[in-house]
Design a protein around this ligand. Structure first.
Ligand code: ATP
Ligand code: MG
Length: 423
């Protein structure tokens, strides 16, 4: 026997109830997005490294230390995508999809970040992403939040907290940056190593620190939200008015700055306290300068990404995933002459009753063991085919979930007989 080979740390196989929850979430999310007129897009998993360096920002956790970057056989530097927005923007520009038009898109798939694996934090994880290009007005920011709220509602998740903030315009931010640096420099002794480094390169990111020892210095720092440019302040006030109209509760968190550099104005996160430290299940905001930054015509944009693993864990913890029966009808085959007609009958049922799950017992087994499998499959009926039934062109239909006798039914009438029972 050869030595076993295991998967890479932080890159998980998804199976069983976890993948059931995963698929359920994706289906509900897709349905919700379609309800709002969004279209699907599928993008490459690998892009040129430069795309991420330029869009996410050189001085971010992701670009500094989390990317899976490698040279291909041609010597080009490529990166497994750590997030979906950069690739989506690249695709919009390259395919000429955002010139004088609005695009409303969603996608899902694996993302890769070299992080310390723990609950809710993996090296290969999945996001469901949503992006809108070409809308300046705050109505779209509000609609994105509304549709995420609708999805939580549909899923039965009622305890998520919405945090919002505004990062203002680039100009307002750079004026604020000076104030922040002055304040933080005064309190240098309270900064950790990461923050000291960031003080020069990317001081705003210090506000996003997860280090509890820095809470007090960060809490007392000047707030960007109090130094917004007039237009951004109005944009933010309007966002709050829309949310009030819709009855969507929110908390303004002035320290919410997000881990990627491309955001401006609206940023938001949906947070749960029920998953421990990894509580953000959905995060996004506006990124009006990104399209131009990577070579397109200036185009306003806004989007968000949901962390599928974190949401799946929440759905499973709260038993919110509807259970999926493996079969509605289980075909039991006992005898020497039953296998060929058994497959023909099963296919006939699948043709006639496409909404039902028909599982045929493959691989033989005793009457008893086949019935055990039928019971485990959650099927409501077992169809039993023995040599005697084949002779008479009949099957026995046995109810598995109610106390009732089995009935002999002719092959011709079987589909109609079952149809009537499932209506
Ligand atoms: P965090 O602060 O938790 O590291 P982030 O700001 O890096 O999150 P984003 O880049 O905004 O995360 O990604 C959007 C969402 O994707 C997150 O809110 C989270 O739900 C999920 N996510 C991000 N990184 C991971 C990961 N390594 N494993 C699992 N889910 C993740
Ligand atoms: Mg992160």
């Amino acid at each position: 026997m050869g030595k076993q080979i295991s998967a890479i740390r932080g890159m998980n196989d998804l199976y069983g109830s976890e993948v059931e929850a995963f698929d359920y979430l994706l289906t509900q999310a897709q349905q919700t997005l379609q309800q709002y007129g969004f279209q699907s897009i599928r993008l490459p998993i690998v892009e040129k490294t430069e795309l991420f360096a330029r869009s996410i920002g050189e001085v971010t956790d992701i670009v500094e230390k989390e990317m899976y970057t490698f040279e291909d056989r041609n010597g080009d530097s490529l990166t497994l995508r750590p997030e979906g927005t950069a690739g989506c923007v690249r695709a919009m520009i390259q395919n000429g999809l955002i010139h004088n038009q609005i695009q409303k898109l969603y996608y899902s798939g694996p993302m890769f970040r070299y992080e310390r694996p723990q609950k809710g934090r993996y090296r290969q994880f999945h996001q469901f992403g949503v992006e809108v290009f070409g809308v300046n007005d705050v109505d779209i920011d509000a609609e994105l939040i509304a549709l995420s709220a609708r999805l939580w509602d549909k899923l039965g998740l009622d305890k998520l907290e919405l945090q919002i903030n505004s990062l203002g315009s680039q100009e307002a931010r750079s004026a604020y940056r000076d104030k922040l640096v002055a304040y933080l420099t005064e309190h240098k002794d309270q900064l950790d190593e990461d923050s000291l480094r960031r003080l020069e390169s990317n001081p705003l990111r210090i506000l996003d620190t997860k280090n509890p020892d820095m809470k007090s210095v960060v809490d007392k720092a000047p707030k960007l939200i109090e130094h917004l440019d007039t237009e951004s302040a109005e944009h933010f006030a309007n966002l709050k008015a829309y949310l009030d109209d819709l009855g969507i509760e929110y908390v303004v968190n002035p320290n919410l700055v997000r881990g990627l550099d491309y955001y401006n104005r609206t940023v938001f996160e949906w947070i749960t306290t029920e998953l421990g430290a990894q509580g953000t299940v959905c995060a996004g905001g506006r990124y009006d300068s990104l399209v131009e930054q990577i070579g397109g015509k200036p185009t306003p944009a806004v989007g968000f990404a949901m962390g599928i693993e974190r949401l799946t864990a929440l759905l499973q913890d709260k038993a919110l995933v509807p259970s999926q029966a493996l079969a509605d009808i289980y075909v039991v085959l006992v005898g020497d002459k039953v296998h060929r007609p058994g497959l023909v009958i099963s296919e006939m049922l699948r043709e006639a009753l496409p909404d039902l799950k028909v599982q045929m017992n493959c691989g033989g087994g005793s009457f008893k063991s086949q019935f055990k499998k039928a019971d485990k499959s959650d099927a409501r009926y077992a169809i039993v085919l023995g040599d005697q039934e084949v002779e008479n062109q009949q099957v026995a239909v046995k109810p598995l979930r109610e106390d009732a006798e089995q009935t002999l039914v002719s092959w011709d009438g079987l589909a109609a007989y079952l149809q009537a029972r499932f209506d």
